[in-house]
Design a protein around this ligand. Structure first.
Ligand SMILES: *Cc1c(COP(=O)(O)O)cnc(C)c1O
Length: 354
């Protein structure tokens, strides 16, 4: 008679979830919707994956020791200042599991990375969403939104989906009470011309930096990310780690990717050049384009967003629409980008509104 009971938070999450797209087999589809690298992994990464595959009868290193040592050497931060997660989304869930509970508030921008909303809801805490201003974070409004119930503030820099970078971060961090975490999500930092947050995190117990291997390092399918910050803060957060959730192949591949950084960063440079080319062509064709410092471009089209995404999908170009706000197009190979530009064509009015 009565059905299993679920948490009401699930209803709030379901309401926001984008519907997946099923791709008919054999169709040429250009996937420009998830901000992935368009390039297959370097040979050294593939070899590390093969080698590690022979040992998958064993559990992974729960402490991710070799990976953290490699990250530590590359970033110049002590290994006890870093914790790995199953993607940076896994690291984010670990952070929230460490601080969030009913009655707690979590502050972030809107629109920003959707995982903040989903994971905050899932944690039982209350999301406090602060609208962007001119496509970028409104730091004064975010500072004003902090109450004594706020335990964590996300700052996505560069922001997904708008590609904007944050100015005045140091002043903001100084304004946040020391008992509230500031999490700088730097998933796209390799594509940005801005300074990174590690310098801000150094010496501050409440500032953390989130990074991922899913974008510039090209390992989206393997799920590895990490959070860096003060050792005592990191130690507390690690307590909430889902045991063994960073698998052994992911750990080995991430190490190999770090060692292939030169090759991968050359691809990042190529993507940046393509981003600037695509942006300039879109502007020339009359589209409104938000200047991007990430591996995607954002067209703030408001009510016309769905229209462009539907036209793209019909031509086999999958982009990401945020209905009522805009369209986010991932930078792919030059060929992918040309396909998108061709579908977009000239905007019908100078502001992009037909
Ligand atoms: C893509 C993305 C990530 C990466 O998530 P993973 O779980 O590491 O794949 C994190 N933050 C933002 C803002 C992103 O857009």
């Amino acid at each position: 008679m009565s059905a299993p009971r679920f948490r009401p938070a699930l209803d709030a999450i379901r309401a926001f979830q984008p519907t997946g797209r099923v791709t008919p087999p054999g169709e040429l589809v250009r996937l420009l919707a998830a901000n992935e690298s368009p390039y297959p992994p370097p040979g050294a990464v593939v070899r590390a994956i093969h080698e590690q595959a022979l040992g998958i009868n064993r559990y992974p290193d729960n402490g991710c020791g070799a990976l953290l040592a490699e990250i530590s050497a590359r970033l110049g931060v002590p290994a006890d200042s870093v914790a790995a997660g199953c993607g940076s989304v896994g690291a984010t869930q670990m952070l929230l599991a460490a601080v969030a509970e009913p009655g707690v508030e979590i502050v972030y921008a809107d629109p920003s990375f959707e995982a903040y909303r989903i994971l905050t809801r899932l944690s039982g805490a209350t999301p406090v969403e602060v609208p962007l201003r001119d496509g970028g974070h409104d730091l004064p409004a975010m500072a004003a939104a902090i109450t004594d119930r706020t335990r964590l503030v996300f700052v996505c820099n560069p922001n997904n989906p708008t590609g904007t970078v944050v100015a005045g971060l140091e002043d903001f961090v100084e304004q946040v009470p020391p008992d509230c975490l500031v999490v700088l999500d730097e998933a796209y930092i390799e594509y940005a011309r801005t300074g990174d947050g590690l310098a801000l995190a150094r010496g501050r117990r409440n500032v953390l930096v989130l990074r991922t291997f899913s974008k510039a390092y090209g390992l989206a399918g393997l799920r590895v990310g990490f959070v860096a910050g003060h050792p005592e803060t990191i130690a507390a957060i690690r307590t909430a780690y889902l045991p063994f959730s960073v698998n052994s192949i992911a750990q080995a591949a991430a190490i190999a990717a770090l060692r292939s950084a030169d090759e991968l960063m050359a691809r990042v440079s190529a993507t940046i050049a393509e981003r600037d080319r695509v942006s300039a062509e879109l502007v020339a064709q009359g589209w409104p384009v938000t200047p991007s410092e990430a591996n995607f471009v954002w067209l703030p089209l408001g009510d016309r967003a769905a229209d462009l995404a539907v036209r793209c999908a019909a031509a086999g170009v999958v982009v990401r629409a945020f209905p009522g706000a805009g369209v986010r197009i991932t930078i792919g190979t030059p060929d992918d980008n040309d396909a998108f530009l061709k579908v977009a064509g000239p905007a019908r009015r100078p502001d992009g509104f037909a």
